[in-house]
Design a protein around this ligand. Structure first.
Ligand code: NAG
Ligand code: NAG
Ligand code: NAG
Ligand code: NAG
Length: 608
């Protein structure tokens, strides 16, 4: 199932050797691991040094913008992380900056001179006014409490230690996560691991402890009901439950009324918050009875709409991931949820995109506050073919526009909104992430023209070696026509798919690595990937194939894969390889293939 994250390091151990075997044995080597000769020791040492140079490069995480009364001045925090390979640790830190706009198209960022390390912090959640900051410190062991710290402008205002008997770790995973402040900034609602239920206890010899019932003795029931974890990437998460903390009294209580068979997540407070959250029992109303999936709920700033995303195409078809749709509910102004609320479409599932047009929504997250000041336009990131793009969606009209540059193969992600401007990050497979500030151009008749200004950031230049390796490579997104499409396929499944080709100076004489994502319903975007960069830095071309079934190409192309797995996807990869071979872009006698999960399944097919 594993999605796009590259599993390259495993592959490195099996790198394609350019040295004939006979030569290796001509250097009898003592004291070296078998198969190593002295020249390889040097080569591995220099690879290891280069790997550390790549790994040291900081990566941008989230950002928060704090606006002020002066529309031309705001402040921002950017979370950044840096890996320490030898210690097998990741350091996270916050950078602060002042943003000043001098004209409608010019902005300058004044960064604080040093970052502040955030060790042991699992989540950073500013309050709506920006006057308070919640830091969550999940315990690293099973006995310590979870700590919630409430910071003011220059001091720790309160610290709440929540015992393990109340709840375990807070969920800060981007899926269940939903840490939110109420409008008055007195309460914090969040999702955390429910404490384990008491179970009858037995030791290895099946001894019955006091208090457990005679009939459970020596039976499997003595162990209690199994509580499964959520599996891959959520393996230590079992039962997410809702809690509310009062930040002045430090009192934490579980919200009652939610059955244990439901997993709470992604909560969003009604705005303005109503009296309904004062009690500690939730009245549950199912808002989306006719829809098999609904997530990432967001109220419009005026509280008139509840907008959310749905993966109904995936759930209804049984695919593990598919094209998303966006919907809204007209929210009753009196807050009374009796009677049926009707759900209407904002962005439907796109079946077969017109050439160059919106391929449908593929959304991996939403900003906490994704709205422009009209209160109707939502800004979000989505996959569009092999690119990540920034979209603006008018939830009233359903109009979707591409906000990030149209003529670029780079990938773009929204970091935060600054009133009506966008703080974004852009990168490519051969370009390190760079921050941009986007202004909507109000001087043209064409809607949705955005100007992007590169922001001076304090990130250091990478080492000379890394800089020149990146500069020596280029990438292109290639459209590859489907070979011999069957008549039975719908139109959307006959559209070209894409591959990303990364090449160095003499690509035609270099070996090539075909890189395949897992899923199969995921995608390798054109954004910077440390592991892929390290691979091409070793002198390989990369051919990253987003075979049909990948996200970002419309629903018909995606659904054409189930039922044809192991043939259609394998053939698409071979078609892509033929495409670059026929154009003389690669040395076709030296091709390797790497992939994890579904990409590993394809790898074994292709080796065959
Ligand atoms: C913000 O900048 C714009 C453009 O320079 C200017 O017209 C406006 O008056 C400024 N606003 C404030 C509050 O200074
Ligand atoms: C199980 O517990 C009983 C009672 O405490 C004890 O007598 C027995 O030795 C224990 N068995 C094991 C394997 O620990
Ligand atoms: C939070 O606790 C304080 C102090 O005990 C109390 O006065 C206040 O009413 C509580 N706030 C809410 C919203 O429950
Ligand atoms: C489905 O795709 C989205 C991107 O559209 C991604 O964020 C998410 O992790 C994927 N989910 C699964 C289960 O693969």
């Amino acid at each position: 199932w594993a999605s796009s994250s590259a599993r390259a390091p495993t592959f490195l151990r099996r790198r394609v050797s350019r040295r004939p075997k006979a030569m290796a044995s001509a250097h009898p080597s003592q004291g070296l691991p078998s198969g190593m000769d002295p020249s390889m020791v040097d080569e591995y040492a220099s690879q290891s040094k280069l790997l550390q140079e790549f790994v040291k490069i900081p990566s941008i995480g989230k950002a928060w913008v704090f606006t002020s009364k002066d529309e031309n001045a705001s402040r921002a925090m950017v979370s950044v992380s840096q890996s320490d390979l030898l210690a097998n640790k990741k350091r996270s830190f916050l950078l602060n900056t002042h943003i000043s706009k001098s004209s409608s198209k010019s902005v300058s960022f004044q960064w604080s001179p040093f970052p502040v390390e955030m060790s042991g912090v699992s989540a950073v959640v500013p309050s709506p006014s920006g006057k308070k900051l919640l830091l969550v410190r999940n315990a690293e062991d099973d006995d310590s409490p979870t700590k919630l710290e409430i910071w003011g402008p220059c001091q720790l205002e309160n610290e709440i230690h929540v015992a393990r008997s109340v709840h375990g770790s807070l969920y800060a995973d981007g899926w269940f996560e939903g840490i939110s402040w109420n409008q008055e900034e007195t309460l914090i609602a969040y999702v955390a691991e429910e404490p384990p239920q008491p179970k009858p206890e037995f030791n290895d010899s099946g001894y019955k402890k006091e208090g457990s019932s005679q009939k459970d003795f020596r039976s499997w029931k003595g162990q209690g009901d199994i509580e499964d974890s959520w599996g891959e990437t959520y393996s230590n998460k079992r039962i997410p439950a809702l809690f509310v903390a009062n930040i002045s009294s430090g009192e934490v209580r579980a919200l009652k009324g939610i059955p244990r068979s439901l997993s709470a997540g992604q909560e969003e407070a009604d705005k303005p918050s109503t009296d309904s959250n004062k009690g500690d029992t939730a009245a549950l109303v199912k808002l989306t009875a006719d829809l098999s999936s609904a997530f990432f709920p967001r109220f419009s700033p005026d509280g008139k709409y509840l907008v959310f995303i749905s993966a109904k195409s995936a759930v209804d078809s049984g695919a593990h991931n598919a094209t998303n749709s966006m919907h809204k509910i007209d929210w009753p102004t009196d807050g009374k949820l009796e009677g049926s609320l009707s759900v209407s479409d904002v962005v439907p599932t796109v079946m077969s995109p017109q050439d160059g047009c919106f391929p449908g929504m593929y959304c991996s997250g939403l900003l906490r506050f994704p709205w422009l000041s009209d209160g109707r336009t939502m800004i979000l990131s989505s996959a569009w073919g092999s690119k990540e793009v920034i979209l603006s969606i008018n939830v009233a009209s359903g109009e979707v526009s591409r906000v990030s540059p149209q003529d670029s193969d780079y990938s773009w992600n929204v970091l935060a909104l600054d009133n009506n401007n966008i703080l974004a990050v852009s990168s490519s497979l051969v370009t390190l992430p760079q921050m941009y500030y986007g202004f909507e151009d109000s001087h043209t008749d064409k809607p949705c023209q955005w100007d992007w200004q590169e922001i001076s950031s304090p990130f250091p230049k990478p080492s000379d070696k890394v800089s020149s390796l990146l500069a020596d490579h280029k990438f292109s997104v290639i459209k590859i026509p489907v070979s011999n499409p069957s008549d039975k396929l719908p139109d959307g499944a006959k559209l070209p798919f894409e591959a990303i080709f990364v090449s160095g100076k003499d690509s035609a004489s270099s070996p090539t690595i075909v890189v395949l994502h897992g899923g199969p319903h995921s995608v390798y975007p054109s954004s910077y990937s440390r592991s892929l960069a390290f691979l091409y830095a070793q002198g390989y071309n990369l051919l990253v194939v987003n075979y049909r079934g990948s996200l970002g190409f419309g629903e018909e192309a995606l659904q054409s894969l189930p039922g044809n797995i192991g043939s259609q996807d394998v053939n698409d990869v071979l078609t892509a390889l033929d495409f670059v071979k026929k154009r003389g872009l690669i040395d076709a006698s030296r091709v390797a293939v790497v992939g994890g999960s579904h990409g590993g399944f394809l790898t074994t097919h292709l080796i065959g």
